[in-house]
Design a protein around this ligand. Sequence first.
Ligand code: FAD
Length: 628
Amino acid sequence: MEIERHEYDVVVIGAGGAGLRAAIEARQQGKRTAIVCKSLFGKAHTVMAEGGAAAAMGNVNPDDNWMVHFRDTMRGGKFLNNWRMAELHAKEAPDRVWELEAWGALFDRTKDGKISQRNFGGHEYPRLAHVGDRTGLELIRTLQQRVVALQQEDYDNHGDYEAYIKVFAECTVTRLLKDGDRISGAFGYWRETGNLVLFDAPAVVLATGGIGKSYVVTSNSWEYTGDGHALALLAGAKLINMEFIQFHPTGMVWPPSVRGILVTESVRGDGGVLRNSEGRRFMFDYIPEVFKDKYATTEEEADRWYTDQANNRRPPELLPRDEVARAINAEVKAGRGSPQGGVFLDVSTRLPAEEIKKRLPSMHHQFKELADVDITAEPMQVGPTCHYIMGGVEVDADTGAADVPGLFAAGEVSGGMHGSNRLGGNSLSDLLVFGRRAGAGAAAYVDGLPARPKVAPESVEAAREEALAPLGRGGENPYEVHQELQRTMNELVGIIRKADEVAEALQTVEKLKERVRMVGAGGSRIYNPGWHLALDLRNMVLVSECVARAALLREESRGGHTRDDFPGMNPEWRRKLLVCSSEDGSSVQVTEKVQPAMRDDLITLFDRDELNKYLTDEEMAEFDGIAK
Ligand code: FAD
């Protein structure tokens, strides 16, 4: 069978916010760039982002600046974040948002005409630049428009729109190729025809998003099968922080067909409150010690905060997501849940109907269409849903380089930036900041190469055999294997974890690995979803093994990782990162690595009392030495 072949300088896998921003940068640095995505162009998961992009522009509260944003991000991640990434992110996010505006993004405005910013959990000041509750759509639209503008420029200069940047949509990458230890390209197939395709390129940027489809209840779209995580692992790169998964507190719980679909945090940012079946605003009962001085302890103070933030503390509904998700879980378990197994989220008694429709148009539409609930007149029922993975490819903060030469990663597929828990709004800004950096990193790497790595025919043949193996094989049904994996991860490696349950999940994953090797798909190569799932399963099982192995080893509770048998945070564990690797792709090894100490000028941005909640005695002694 013929394999279609293309040559590029940089191949970006993924056309969400991170991939598009990386591709724009690589092209702007003069590199011939391919954008490959398994969904339709314009349909990446980023489109679903609702609330906004966090950037300390200080438009709504002039006290905001990069240092406050940096502190909030580190707090949200419970100090496990790669602090250099958190620093770059906080410093560069405003420029990336203004740049989007210059490229045509139409953000909502303040009364005096600046980009409007809204409140979100864990952010001290209103910080999310937004477009109603459809921010991701505008972000993707603008980046695509920028790609088209560059293509028009290329047409003017070279007579070919696709001379320097070309999109390969509905094309799935199944393997990265190497020449010795260096990246030499990527191999995949066209979803529509099943034809095989090879990209010969010295640099690959992974921007494939998350892993949510390994769980039953998830806000994630169909393409979130952990492909980039697995491709990196199989190419010899390392994944960090894989035990940290964000369960967003508010997903729809009813009807069953839409369970997990996201209810944006903007509902709470704009005044919505959480109540249990007894009508109690229960979040006041769940303010953890580390956040006690920052959150209101009475309903009166919480309500005053919406109009006077200088003199009141914020409502506990706006605690970081991990805290709110655990609180909802606890209320439901205690028998105080809503009829369909969630809790109530009410905005109807808090804002006039017209205001709700204006501020939350998608939520109004979503509940009306999917659940026959009018959110201007009655409360929603909501519960936790698997939303985001903090873990991902270990990269150099400044360039996005993984430790395989020629491999780069940005966006949700990369790890470190968000530590153990991501703040809402910090992903869209992460995509822009680190997408740009990874594109620049890849371009600089190509410039510095003495010779172009070669694609070895044997590795192409191996990738071809692997991709075609499930076809016509009368083996296991991929849908049944997928369902068992999703159930296992949801029930045994979910929001609250215990050693014996995670160990049981690992045993099941081991058996599923064997079954995945035997999955078969009837029919031909032409648009065959069973075949596509059979190939995606390799990735989901491998990534699930990473999550479960790391979750079993981390004997503490922090951010998105809650151990019932180790309920507290342990300062010793904060210094440790769990690093997953896979020597031969058949199993995962996890090792510990020490987190580098924070730079002096950054650590002194925090109060001693706050650091004392997270740092070891030894680190505190060092801090006292610096702060003197
Ligand atoms: P994506 O946008 O997911 O793009 C991944 C791309 O990779 C796609 O083009 C896909 O087709 C491609 N791909 C995947 N595998 C392959 C493969 N094997 N071969 C080829 N292509 C492949 N974050 C915020 O900051 N603010 C918000 O308001 C917000 N709201 C959200 C609302 C919802 C409902 C959800 C689910 C998430 C939200 N998030 C939000 C999170 C945020 O949207 C994501 O983390 C972010 O969009 C991820 O972007 P990305 O560029 O990394 O990947």
